[in-house]
Design a protein around this ligand. Structure first.
Ligand code: NAP
Length: 293
């Protein structure tokens, strides 16, 4: 196998050797086959809203870097179908339901076969309401165990299980080719998950499930640090974004505080690109300020 620069293929996973070439250190991979030479990102919940805008922003901002976009029904996402026409080789669209672990395993296998690495996982899937089925609870009397459990499954359990399945690939990716110095797990949360910020009450299932997502992400960050895994784990609040999720509750939002998905995605990709290992375990706002837990 022709040697190639290890900085483009994942040093630790490939058992690279250091050779001295003309007085300069050069790293050559000598064992397993090449990992894909550019950072690979995955966005879950990419069918619409913020996840779709994040997918588009990543594709345009980093034209050589592939994006794997996942959602429950790829064939019915017009947004992803259009993106696939514009970025036929850079974008891969796969089916993943965050309530079905076998779909996560299948996506991990596909990414492994195609790229052998993953450098960034962004989980944007989430649920707040479902017409005629589920609504945010203004008061305790509205709390319903079925909706509590469903929010918990989609908003908290789903993203941590996706992270579990992608972790072997993230350990190989390490963000090489970027300035981050680590792979990234970024879970999209909301400010309403903050216990300190909870002054108005209500929204039991959404607040609690996102607070749980925050705790899962913080716990994963601590585990990665203790095991010396170079994976930066953060939660990010995207602002109030004009999507189907927020539509029924936008009445009191001043226009300057209601972002288009594209505006929010731009702010989030800026944060994602600027992350450093010391950011792991933090709860960021779209401004990059930290939000108290
Ligand atoms: N919009 C806001 O103001 C706001 C504010 C703070 C935080 N957030 C967070 O931002 C993220 C994106 O929300 P959004 O505003 O873009 O909402 P959205 O337009 O309603 O999109 C939600 C996404 O989650 C996916 N999803 C729902 N259930 C799923 C499941 N079981 N498996 C896989 N995917 C599933 C949806 O896919 P389907 O098309 O298959 O349903 C869709 O892609 C969410 O985590 C949300 O909590 C949003």
């Amino acid at each position: 196998m022709a040697p190639f620069m290890a900085s483009r293929c994942g040093l630790r996973s490939l058992g690279a050797r250091v050779r001295h070439a003309g007085g300069r250190k050069a790293y050559f991979c000598t064992e397993t086959p090449a990992l894909y030479p550019h950072p690979v990102s995955m966005v879950s919940g990419a069918s619409r809203g913020l996840g779709l805008a994040l997918t588009e922003k990543l594709l345009t901002q980093h034209p050589e870097s592939p994006v794997v976009a996942t959602c429950r029904n790829p064939d019915s996402s017009q947004g992803l179908i259009s993106l696939k026409e514009r970025f036929p080789s850079q974008l891969t669209v796969l089916r993943l339901d965050v309530t079905m672990e076998d779909t996560m395993a299948a996506v991990a296998k596909e990414i492994s076969n195609k790229y052998g690495r993953l450098d960034m996982l962004v989980s944007s899937s989430g649920v707040l309401h479902i017409p005629d089925q589920m609504e945010p609870e203004p008061k305790l009397a509205n709390v319903d165990p079925k909706n509590l459990m469903f929010a918990y499954r989609v908003n908290a359990v789903g993203p941590i299980l996706v992270a579990k399945h992608m972790m072997p690939l993230l350990k190989k990716g390490l963000g090489e080719g970027t300035e981050r110095g680590g792979a990234v797990v970024a879970n999209i949360t909301c400010k309403m998950a903050s216990l300190r910020d909870n002054l108005l009450g209500g929204w039991y299932s959404y607040r609690a499930s996102k607070a749980s997502l925050n705790q899962f992400t913080k716990t994963l960050a601590v585990e990665c640090q203790r095991r010396k895994e170079n994976v930066i784990c953060v939660v990010i609040h995207p602002g109030v974004v004009d999507t189907e999720l927020s539509k029924p509750y936008q009445r009191d939002i001043p226009p300057e505080k209601l972002f288009t998905p594209e505006t929010s995605a731009e702010k989030l990709v800026e944060i994602l690109d600027s992350l450093k290992p010391e950011d792991s375990g933090k709860f960021f706002s779209y401004t990059r300020q930290e939000i108290p837990w």
